[in-house]
Ligand binder design. Structure first.
Ligand code: DSN
Length: 485
Protein backbone atom coordinates (compact mmCIF):
# COMPACT_ATOMS: atom_id res chain seq x y z
CA UNK A 1 0.00 0.00 0.00
CA UNK A 2 1.25 3.52 -0.78
CA UNK A 3 1.54 6.12 1.93
CA UNK A 4 -1.10 8.70 1.30
CA UNK A 5 -0.19 10.82 4.36
CA UNK A 6 -0.36 14.05 2.38
CA UNK A 7 -4.03 13.36 1.68
CA UNK A 8 -4.87 13.15 5.36
CA UNK A 9 -6.60 16.50 5.33
CA UNK A 10 -9.49 14.74 3.60
CA UNK A 11 -11.78 12.25 5.29
CA UNK A 12 -11.77 8.70 3.90
CA UNK A 13 -15.30 9.27 2.62
CA UNK A 14 -14.23 12.38 0.70
CA UNK A 15 -11.23 10.62 -0.78
CA UNK A 16 -13.39 7.70 -1.85
CA UNK A 17 -15.96 9.89 -3.57
CA UNK A 18 -13.54 12.41 -5.09
CA UNK A 19 -11.30 9.80 -6.63
CA UNK A 20 -14.05 7.51 -7.84
CA UNK A 21 -16.03 10.39 -9.35
CA UNK A 22 -12.91 11.71 -11.04
CA UNK A 23 -12.24 8.29 -12.56
CA UNK A 24 -15.81 8.03 -13.85
CA UNK A 25 -15.80 11.63 -15.11
CA UNK A 26 -12.74 10.95 -17.31
CA UNK A 27 -14.70 8.38 -19.32
CA UNK A 28 -18.36 9.33 -18.87
CA UNK A 29 -18.94 12.88 -17.61
CA UNK A 30 -22.73 12.50 -17.76
CA UNK A 31 -22.65 9.58 -15.33
CA UNK A 32 -20.41 11.42 -12.85
CA UNK A 33 -22.67 14.44 -13.12
CA UNK A 34 -25.77 12.34 -12.45
CA UNK A 35 -24.22 10.83 -9.29
CA UNK A 36 -23.45 14.34 -7.99
CA UNK A 37 -26.96 15.50 -8.94
CA UNK A 38 -28.50 12.53 -7.14
CA UNK A 39 -26.78 13.59 -3.94
CA UNK A 40 -28.29 17.06 -4.42
CA UNK A 41 -31.68 15.54 -5.16
CA UNK A 42 -31.64 13.32 -2.07
CA UNK A 43 -30.39 16.20 0.07
CA UNK A 44 -33.08 18.59 -1.06
CA UNK A 45 -36.15 16.68 0.09
CA UNK A 46 -37.42 14.76 3.11
CA UNK A 47 -37.30 11.11 2.16
CA UNK A 48 -40.41 9.41 3.54
CA UNK A 49 -40.44 6.51 1.10
CA UNK A 50 -41.03 3.46 3.28
CA UNK A 51 -38.88 1.15 1.16
CA UNK A 52 -35.78 3.37 1.01
CA UNK A 53 -32.92 4.34 3.30
CA UNK A 54 -29.39 5.80 3.19
CA UNK A 55 -26.61 3.18 3.18
CA UNK A 56 -23.26 3.98 4.78
CA UNK A 57 -20.34 4.99 2.60
CA UNK A 58 -18.56 1.87 3.93
CA UNK A 59 -21.31 -0.25 2.35
CA UNK A 60 -21.08 1.75 -0.89
CA UNK A 61 -17.28 1.39 -1.06
CA UNK A 62 -17.53 -2.41 -0.81
CA UNK A 63 -19.61 -2.33 -4.02
CA UNK A 64 -17.38 -0.21 -6.22
CA UNK A 65 -14.41 -2.41 -7.06
CA UNK A 66 -12.83 -5.26 -9.02
CA UNK A 67 -15.03 -7.94 -7.46
CA UNK A 68 -17.38 -7.20 -10.33
CA UNK A 69 -15.01 -9.02 -12.67
CA UNK A 70 -15.46 -12.45 -11.15
CA UNK A 71 -17.95 -15.15 -12.04
CA UNK A 72 -18.77 -17.51 -9.18
CA UNK A 73 -21.75 -19.65 -10.19
CA UNK A 74 -22.52 -22.21 -7.51
CA UNK A 75 -22.11 -21.62 -3.78
CA UNK A 76 -19.13 -21.30 -1.41
CA UNK A 77 -16.49 -23.98 -1.98
CA UNK A 78 -18.70 -25.60 -4.66
CA UNK A 79 -18.36 -23.54 -7.83
CA UNK A 80 -18.80 -24.09 -11.54
CA UNK A 81 -15.89 -21.67 -12.13
CA UNK A 82 -12.20 -21.72 -11.31
CA UNK A 83 -10.42 -19.11 -9.20
CA UNK A 84 -13.25 -18.37 -6.76
CA UNK A 85 -11.20 -18.60 -3.53
CA UNK A 86 -11.80 -14.99 -2.48
CA UNK A 87 -15.44 -14.99 -3.51
CA UNK A 88 -15.86 -18.16 -1.42
CA UNK A 89 -14.47 -16.27 1.58
CA UNK A 90 -16.71 -13.27 0.96
CA UNK A 91 -19.90 -15.25 0.43
CA UNK A 92 -19.24 -17.63 3.34
CA UNK A 93 -18.53 -14.66 5.63
CA UNK A 94 -21.65 -12.76 4.50
CA UNK A 95 -23.80 -15.87 5.07
CA UNK A 96 -22.30 -16.46 8.50
CA UNK A 97 -22.91 -12.87 9.55
CA UNK A 98 -26.52 -13.00 8.28
CA UNK A 99 -27.10 -16.24 10.19
CA UNK A 100 -25.69 -14.61 13.33
CA UNK A 101 -27.69 -11.43 12.85
CA UNK A 102 -31.04 -13.16 12.39
CA UNK A 103 -30.43 -16.38 14.34
CA UNK A 104 -31.07 -18.29 11.09
CA UNK A 105 -30.08 -21.89 10.48
CA UNK A 106 -29.04 -21.01 6.92
CA UNK A 107 -28.55 -17.78 4.95
CA UNK A 108 -28.21 -17.47 1.19
CA UNK A 109 -26.89 -14.07 0.17
CA UNK A 110 -26.84 -14.29 -3.63
CA UNK A 111 -30.26 -12.97 -4.76
CA UNK A 112 -29.98 -9.70 -6.62
CA UNK A 113 -33.23 -8.24 -5.25
CA UNK A 114 -36.31 -9.00 -3.19
CA UNK A 115 -38.14 -10.31 -6.28
CA UNK A 116 -35.19 -12.56 -7.01
CA UNK A 117 -35.17 -13.79 -3.41
CA UNK A 118 -38.87 -14.64 -3.64
CA UNK A 119 -38.40 -16.50 -6.93
CA UNK A 120 -35.49 -18.39 -5.40
CA UNK A 121 -37.61 -19.30 -2.35
CA UNK A 122 -40.61 -20.39 -4.44
CA UNK A 123 -38.44 -22.62 -6.63
CA UNK A 124 -36.58 -24.08 -3.66
CA UNK A 125 -39.88 -24.96 -1.94
CA UNK A 126 -41.21 -26.50 -5.16
CA UNK A 127 -37.97 -28.45 -5.53
CA UNK A 128 -38.06 -29.78 -1.98
CA UNK A 129 -41.78 -30.46 -1.70
CA UNK A 130 -42.80 -31.44 -5.25
CA UNK A 131 -39.82 -32.33 -7.44
CA UNK A 132 -37.84 -34.47 -4.99
CA UNK A 133 -40.84 -36.61 -3.88
CA UNK A 134 -41.83 -36.97 -7.57
CA UNK A 135 -38.47 -38.40 -8.63
CA UNK A 136 -38.19 -40.46 -5.48
CA UNK A 137 -41.49 -42.13 -6.32
CA UNK A 138 -40.13 -43.01 -9.75
CA UNK A 139 -36.99 -44.41 -8.15
CA UNK A 140 -34.60 -42.10 -10.04
CA UNK A 141 -31.97 -39.74 -8.69
CA UNK A 142 -32.39 -36.76 -10.98
CA UNK A 143 -34.81 -35.22 -13.47
CA UNK A 144 -32.21 -36.03 -16.14
CA UNK A 145 -33.51 -39.61 -15.98
CA UNK A 146 -37.12 -38.62 -16.78
CA UNK A 147 -38.55 -39.26 -20.23
CA UNK A 148 -40.62 -36.59 -22.00
CA UNK A 149 -43.97 -37.81 -20.64
CA UNK A 150 -42.66 -37.94 -17.07
CA UNK A 151 -41.18 -34.48 -17.44
CA UNK A 152 -44.55 -33.20 -18.66
CA UNK A 153 -46.25 -34.74 -15.64
CA UNK A 154 -43.71 -33.14 -13.30
CA UNK A 155 -44.30 -29.76 -14.94
CA UNK A 156 -48.05 -30.19 -14.47
CA UNK A 157 -47.52 -30.95 -10.78
CA UNK A 158 -45.18 -28.01 -10.30
CA UNK A 159 -47.61 -25.65 -12.02
CA UNK A 160 -50.71 -26.72 -10.09
CA UNK A 161 -49.46 -25.88 -6.59
CA UNK A 162 -51.38 -23.43 -4.44
CA UNK A 163 -50.06 -20.24 -2.90
CA UNK A 164 -52.03 -18.37 -0.23
CA UNK A 165 -50.82 -14.81 0.33
CA UNK A 166 -51.87 -11.36 1.47
CA UNK A 167 -53.67 -9.65 -1.37
CA UNK A 168 -52.10 -6.67 -3.11
CA UNK A 169 -54.79 -4.21 -1.99
CA UNK A 170 -54.42 -5.28 1.64
CA UNK A 171 -50.70 -4.50 1.50
CA UNK A 172 -49.25 -7.60 -0.17
CA UNK A 173 -46.49 -7.34 -2.74
CA UNK A 174 -46.57 -7.83 -6.51
CA UNK A 175 -44.36 -10.91 -6.17
CA UNK A 176 -46.89 -12.53 -3.81
CA UNK A 177 -49.05 -13.97 -6.56
CA UNK A 178 -50.31 -10.84 -8.36
CA UNK A 179 -51.60 -12.00 -11.74
CA UNK A 180 -49.37 -9.68 -13.71
CA UNK A 181 -46.26 -11.02 -11.93
CA UNK A 182 -44.60 -14.35 -12.73
CA UNK A 183 -45.64 -15.58 -9.24
CA UNK A 184 -49.29 -15.24 -10.31
CA UNK A 185 -48.61 -17.44 -13.33
CA UNK A 186 -46.52 -20.14 -11.66
CA UNK A 187 -49.02 -20.84 -8.82
CA UNK A 188 -52.73 -21.41 -8.42
CA UNK A 189 -53.05 -18.33 -6.21
CA UNK A 190 -55.52 -17.55 -3.42
CA UNK A 191 -55.50 -14.47 -1.24
CA UNK A 192 -56.40 -13.46 2.28
CA UNK A 193 -57.07 -9.82 3.04
CA UNK A 194 -57.42 -7.43 5.96
CA UNK A 195 -60.71 -7.08 7.83
CA UNK A 196 -62.99 -4.57 6.09
CA UNK A 197 -63.74 -2.63 9.28
CA UNK A 198 -60.45 -2.69 11.19
CA UNK A 199 -58.02 -3.08 8.25
CA UNK A 200 -56.18 -5.60 10.44
CA UNK A 201 -55.25 -9.19 9.68
CA UNK A 202 -57.77 -11.59 11.16
CA UNK A 203 -55.96 -14.81 12.01
CA UNK A 204 -59.14 -16.84 12.33
CA UNK A 205 -60.26 -15.97 8.82
CA UNK A 206 -56.75 -16.76 7.51
CA UNK A 207 -56.96 -20.09 9.36
CA UNK A 208 -60.34 -20.88 7.81
CA UNK A 209 -59.10 -20.00 4.33
CA UNK A 210 -55.89 -22.02 4.74
CA UNK A 211 -57.89 -25.07 5.83
CA UNK A 212 -60.17 -24.67 2.81
CA UNK A 213 -57.37 -24.06 0.26
CA UNK A 214 -54.65 -26.31 1.69
CA UNK A 215 -51.87 -24.37 -0.04
CA UNK A 216 -48.35 -25.63 -0.61
CA UNK A 217 -47.15 -22.23 0.61
CA UNK A 218 -48.70 -19.94 3.18
CA UNK A 219 -47.02 -16.59 2.61
CA UNK A 220 -46.88 -13.79 5.17
CA UNK A 221 -45.25 -10.40 4.78
CA UNK A 222 -46.17 -7.11 3.21
CA UNK A 223 -45.27 -4.00 1.35
CA UNK A 224 -47.88 -1.78 2.97
CA UNK A 225 -49.26 -3.04 6.28
CA UNK A 226 -48.61 -0.95 9.39
CA UNK A 227 -48.87 -3.60 12.08
CA UNK A 228 -46.85 -6.50 13.48
CA UNK A 229 -47.66 -10.04 12.35
CA UNK A 230 -47.83 -12.90 14.82
CA UNK A 231 -45.71 -15.50 13.04
CA UNK A 232 -46.26 -18.10 15.77
CA UNK A 233 -49.93 -18.17 14.83
CA UNK A 234 -49.11 -18.18 11.11
CA UNK A 235 -46.82 -21.19 11.64
CA UNK A 236 -49.53 -22.95 13.61
CA UNK A 237 -51.94 -22.41 10.71
CA UNK A 238 -49.37 -23.60 8.16
CA UNK A 239 -48.68 -26.75 10.17
CA UNK A 240 -52.39 -27.51 10.58
CA UNK A 241 -52.88 -27.61 6.80
CA UNK A 242 -49.52 -29.07 5.80
CA UNK A 243 -48.20 -25.87 4.23
CA UNK A 244 -44.72 -24.38 4.17
CA UNK A 245 -44.65 -21.03 5.97
CA UNK A 246 -42.76 -18.47 3.92
CA UNK A 247 -42.30 -14.90 5.15
CA UNK A 248 -41.21 -11.95 3.03
CA UNK A 249 -39.70 -9.55 5.60
CA UNK A 250 -38.23 -7.16 3.02
CA UNK A 251 -39.80 -4.14 4.66
CA UNK A 252 -39.14 -4.90 8.31
CA UNK A 253 -35.86 -6.88 8.21
CA UNK A 254 -34.12 -4.01 10.04
CA UNK A 255 -36.64 -4.29 12.86
CA UNK A 256 -36.00 -8.03 13.12
CA UNK A 257 -32.22 -7.50 13.02
CA UNK A 258 -32.52 -4.71 15.60
CA UNK A 259 -34.56 -6.98 17.93
CA UNK A 260 -37.67 -4.81 17.85
CA UNK A 261 -39.66 -7.74 16.48
CA UNK A 262 -38.94 -10.64 18.82
CA UNK A 263 -40.69 -13.75 20.11
CA UNK A 264 -43.96 -14.36 18.25
CA UNK A 265 -43.16 -11.47 15.90
CA UNK A 266 -39.75 -12.75 14.77
CA UNK A 267 -40.33 -14.46 11.39
CA UNK A 268 -36.96 -16.22 11.36
CA UNK A 269 -37.85 -18.12 14.51
CA UNK A 270 -41.09 -19.52 13.08
CA UNK A 271 -41.01 -19.62 9.28
CA UNK A 272 -39.53 -22.39 7.17
CA UNK A 273 -38.23 -19.91 4.61
CA UNK A 274 -37.76 -16.14 4.96
CA UNK A 275 -36.90 -13.72 2.17
CA UNK A 276 -35.80 -10.12 2.37
CA UNK A 277 -34.25 -7.21 0.61
CA UNK A 278 -31.14 -5.74 2.19
CA UNK A 279 -31.67 -2.06 1.41
CA UNK A 280 -34.84 -1.00 3.24
CA UNK A 281 -34.89 -0.84 7.05
CA UNK A 282 -31.81 -3.12 7.01
CA UNK A 283 -29.84 -0.24 5.42
CA UNK A 284 -27.49 -2.27 3.24
CA UNK A 285 -26.83 -2.43 -0.50
CA UNK A 286 -29.64 -2.99 -3.01
CA UNK A 287 -30.11 -6.77 -2.97
CA UNK A 288 -31.89 -9.80 -1.56
CA UNK A 289 -31.36 -12.74 0.80
CA UNK A 290 -33.10 -16.01 1.64
CA UNK A 291 -32.96 -17.45 5.17
CA UNK A 292 -34.25 -20.89 6.00
CA UNK A 293 -34.36 -23.89 8.26
CA UNK A 294 -31.66 -26.46 7.38
CA UNK A 295 -34.30 -28.63 5.69
CA UNK A 296 -34.39 -26.20 2.73
CA UNK A 297 -30.64 -25.42 2.52
CA UNK A 298 -29.78 -27.82 -0.29
CA UNK A 299 -32.73 -26.77 -2.43
CA UNK A 300 -31.92 -23.08 -1.97
CA UNK A 301 -28.28 -23.66 -2.87
CA UNK A 302 -29.51 -24.95 -6.21
CA UNK A 303 -30.51 -21.38 -7.14
CA UNK A 304 -27.92 -21.69 -9.87
CA UNK A 305 -28.87 -23.26 -12.26
CA UNK A 306 -32.52 -23.19 -11.06
CA UNK A 307 -33.18 -19.48 -11.65
CA UNK A 308 -29.90 -17.60 -11.21
CA UNK A 309 -26.65 -17.22 -13.05
CA UNK A 310 -23.63 -15.74 -11.30
CA UNK A 311 -23.94 -13.92 -8.00
CA UNK A 312 -22.78 -10.31 -7.80
CA UNK A 313 -19.65 -10.61 -5.67
CA UNK A 314 -19.29 -6.92 -4.83
CA UNK A 315 -22.90 -6.79 -3.62
CA UNK A 316 -22.37 -9.85 -1.42
CA UNK A 317 -19.33 -8.03 0.01
CA UNK A 318 -21.45 -4.95 0.69
CA UNK A 319 -24.15 -7.12 2.30
CA UNK A 320 -21.47 -8.47 4.67
CA UNK A 321 -20.48 -4.91 5.64
CA UNK A 322 -24.15 -4.07 6.25
CA UNK A 323 -24.62 -7.20 8.41
CA UNK A 324 -21.53 -6.19 10.42
CA UNK A 325 -23.10 -2.76 10.93
CA UNK A 326 -26.45 -4.24 11.89
CA UNK A 327 -24.78 -6.43 14.51
CA UNK A 328 -23.64 -3.31 16.39
CA UNK A 329 -25.48 -2.01 19.50
CA UNK A 330 -26.09 1.29 17.64
CA UNK A 331 -28.21 -0.52 15.09
CA UNK A 332 -30.55 -1.77 17.85
CA UNK A 333 -30.98 1.84 18.97
CA UNK A 334 -31.59 2.86 15.36
CA UNK A 335 -34.29 0.18 14.89
CA UNK A 336 -36.04 1.23 18.11
CA UNK A 337 -35.96 4.85 17.05
CA UNK A 338 -37.54 4.04 13.66
CA UNK A 339 -40.58 2.62 15.44
CA UNK A 340 -40.75 5.53 17.90
CA UNK A 341 -40.54 8.00 15.03
CA UNK A 342 -43.20 6.34 12.91
CA UNK A 343 -45.53 5.97 15.84
CA UNK A 344 -45.03 9.63 16.73
CA UNK A 345 -45.55 10.71 13.13
CA UNK A 346 -48.81 8.74 13.11
CA UNK A 347 -50.10 10.25 16.37
CA UNK A 348 -49.08 13.75 15.24
CA UNK A 349 -50.96 13.32 11.96
CA UNK A 350 -54.01 12.07 13.84
CA UNK A 351 -53.82 15.10 16.19
CA UNK A 352 -53.79 17.30 13.08
CA UNK A 353 -57.07 15.71 12.02
CA UNK A 354 -55.82 13.11 9.53
CA UNK A 355 -57.03 9.55 9.09
CA UNK A 356 -54.24 7.04 9.71
CA UNK A 357 -55.27 3.47 8.88
CA UNK A 358 -55.60 1.17 11.90
CA UNK A 359 -55.14 4.23 14.12
CA UNK A 360 -51.35 4.06 14.12
CA UNK A 361 -48.45 1.72 13.45
CA UNK A 362 -46.17 -0.90 15.04
CA UNK A 363 -43.45 -0.73 12.42
CA UNK A 364 -41.57 1.64 10.09
CA UNK A 365 -44.53 2.72 7.96
CA UNK A 366 -47.98 4.22 8.16
CA UNK A 367 -50.85 4.57 5.73
CA UNK A 368 -52.60 7.90 5.44
CA UNK A 369 -56.09 8.07 3.95
CA UNK A 370 -56.17 11.35 2.00
CA UNK A 371 -59.66 10.81 0.60
CA UNK A 372 -60.99 12.39 3.81
CA UNK A 373 -59.36 15.62 2.56
CA UNK A 374 -61.20 15.33 -0.76
CA UNK A 375 -58.10 14.47 -2.81
CA UNK A 376 -56.45 11.38 -4.33
CA UNK A 377 -53.15 9.79 -3.41
CA UNK A 378 -51.73 10.98 -6.71
CA UNK A 379 -52.60 14.62 -6.01
CA UNK A 380 -51.23 14.33 -2.47
CA UNK A 381 -48.00 12.69 -3.65
CA UNK A 382 -47.40 15.35 -6.31
CA UNK A 383 -48.20 18.33 -4.10
CA UNK A 384 -45.92 17.04 -1.34
CA UNK A 385 -43.12 16.38 -3.82
CA UNK A 386 -43.48 20.00 -4.99
CA UNK A 387 -43.03 20.95 -1.34
CA UNK A 388 -39.90 18.73 -1.17
CA UNK A 389 -41.33 15.78 0.74
CA UNK A 390 -40.95 12.48 -1.13
CA UNK A 391 -43.26 9.53 -0.46
CA UNK A 392 -45.47 7.27 -2.52
CA UNK A 393 -49.14 7.11 -3.10
CA UNK A 394 -50.56 3.74 -2.17
CA UNK A 395 -53.81 1.92 -2.81
CA UNK A 396 -55.63 1.36 0.46
CA UNK A 397 -57.70 -1.75 1.22
CA UNK A 398 -60.96 -1.63 -0.80
CA UNK A 399 -59.68 1.53 -2.51
CA UNK A 400 -62.32 3.18 -4.71
CA UNK A 401 -59.64 5.07 -6.64
CA UNK A 402 -57.75 1.95 -7.82
CA UNK A 403 -53.98 1.41 -7.88
CA UNK A 404 -53.08 4.35 -10.14
CA UNK A 405 -54.77 7.33 -8.48
CA UNK A 406 -55.27 5.68 -5.06
CA UNK A 407 -56.73 7.17 -1.88
CA UNK A 408 -53.64 6.80 0.25
CA UNK A 409 -50.07 7.70 0.97
CA UNK A 410 -47.48 5.31 2.41
CA UNK A 411 -44.98 7.06 4.68
CA UNK A 412 -41.89 5.54 6.29
CA UNK A 413 -39.27 6.95 8.61
CA UNK A 414 -36.26 4.63 8.14
CA UNK A 415 -34.29 7.17 6.07
CA UNK A 416 -35.07 10.18 8.25
CA UNK A 417 -34.13 8.16 11.33
CA UNK A 418 -30.76 7.42 9.68
CA UNK A 419 -30.28 11.19 9.39
CA UNK A 420 -30.78 11.44 13.16
CA UNK A 421 -34.30 12.87 13.26
CA UNK A 422 -36.41 12.15 16.34
CA UNK A 423 -39.95 12.69 17.66
CA UNK A 424 -39.69 16.51 17.66
CA UNK A 425 -38.92 16.53 13.94
CA UNK A 426 -41.80 14.13 13.28
CA UNK A 427 -44.22 16.67 14.77
CA UNK A 428 -42.87 19.38 12.50
CA UNK A 429 -43.09 17.06 9.47
CA UNK A 430 -46.69 16.07 10.29
CA UNK A 431 -47.61 19.74 10.47
CA UNK A 432 -45.93 20.53 7.13
CA UNK A 433 -47.74 17.59 5.47
CA UNK A 434 -51.15 18.60 6.77
CA UNK A 435 -50.62 22.29 5.95
CA UNK A 436 -49.89 21.37 2.33
CA UNK A 437 -52.57 18.70 1.91
CA UNK A 438 -55.34 20.91 3.26
CA UNK A 439 -54.60 23.43 0.51
CA UNK A 440 -54.69 20.96 -2.42
CA UNK A 441 -57.79 21.72 -4.52
CA UNK A 442 -58.70 19.25 -7.29
CA UNK A 443 -59.17 20.93 -10.68
CA UNK A 444 -62.36 20.38 -12.62
CA UNK A 445 -62.16 18.21 -15.75
CA UNK A 446 -63.75 19.36 -19.02
CA UNK A 447 -66.89 17.36 -18.13
CA UNK A 448 -67.20 19.25 -14.82
CA UNK A 449 -66.11 16.38 -12.55
CA UNK A 450 -63.20 16.62 -10.16
CA UNK A 451 -59.87 15.59 -11.65
CA UNK A 452 -58.07 12.73 -9.90
CA UNK A 453 -54.67 14.00 -10.99
CA UNK A 454 -54.70 17.76 -11.55
CA UNK A 455 -54.94 20.21 -8.70
CA UNK A 456 -54.36 23.83 -7.72
CA UNK A 457 -52.38 24.97 -4.76
CA UNK A 458 -51.31 28.43 -3.77
CA UNK A 459 -47.62 28.97 -4.58
CA UNK A 460 -47.08 30.62 -1.19
CA UNK A 461 -48.10 27.37 0.59
CA UNK A 462 -45.48 25.43 -1.36
CA UNK A 463 -42.86 28.12 -0.78
CA UNK A 464 -43.41 28.20 2.96
CA UNK A 465 -43.38 24.35 3.19
CA UNK A 466 -40.10 24.24 1.27
CA UNK A 467 -38.55 26.72 3.65
CA UNK A 468 -39.58 24.61 6.63
CA UNK A 469 -38.24 21.45 4.93
CA UNK A 470 -34.94 23.21 4.17
CA UNK A 471 -34.65 24.37 7.76
CA UNK A 472 -35.02 20.76 8.95
CA UNK A 473 -32.65 19.33 6.37
CA UNK A 474 -29.96 21.89 7.12
CA UNK A 475 -29.79 20.47 10.64
CA UNK A 476 -29.69 16.84 9.46
CA UNK A 477 -27.46 16.79 6.42
CA UNK A 478 -27.10 13.62 4.36
CA UNK A 479 -23.44 12.50 4.20
CA UNK A 480 -22.22 15.70 5.90
CA UNK A 481 -18.61 14.77 5.06
CA UNK A 482 -19.24 15.20 1.33
CA UNK A 483 -19.21 18.34 -0.81
CA UNK A 484 -19.21 17.10 -4.38
CA UNK A 485 -20.07 20.28 -6.32
N1 DSN B 1 -40.72 -1.10 -4.01
C1 DSN B 1 -40.68 -1.94 -2.85
C2 DSN B 1 -41.84 -1.73 -1.95
O1 DSN B 1 -42.22 -0.59 -1.86
O2 DSN B 1 -42.34 -2.62 -1.30
C3 DSN B 1 -40.52 -3.35 -3.25
O3 DSN B 1 -41.11 -3.62 -4.47
Amino acid sequence: MKNYDDLKKYSLEELYYYTSLELVRKKSPLIAESIVNELDNQRSSLKLIASENYSSINVQAAMGNLLTDKYAEGFPYHRFYAGCENIDEIEAYASKRAEELFGAEFAFVQPHSGSDANLCAYHAILHKKVELPFIEKLGVKSIDALDRAQMLKLREELNSQRLLALDYYSGGHLTHGYRHNVSGKMFDVYFYGVDKDTYLLDYESIRAKAHEIKPLILLAGYSAYPRKINFRIMKEIADECGAVLMVDMAHFAGLVAGKVFEGDFDPVKWADVVTSTTHKTLRGPRGGIVLSKLEFKESIEKACPLMMGGPIAQIMAAKAVAFDEALSPEFKEYAKQIVKNTSHLASSLIKEGCTVLTGGTDNHLLLLDVSTLGITGRQAENALREAHLTMNRNALPFDKNGPWYTSGLRLGTAALTTLGMKEKEMEEIANIIVTVLKEVKPKLDSNGSQSKAKYDIDESVIKSARERVNALLSKFKLYPQLELK
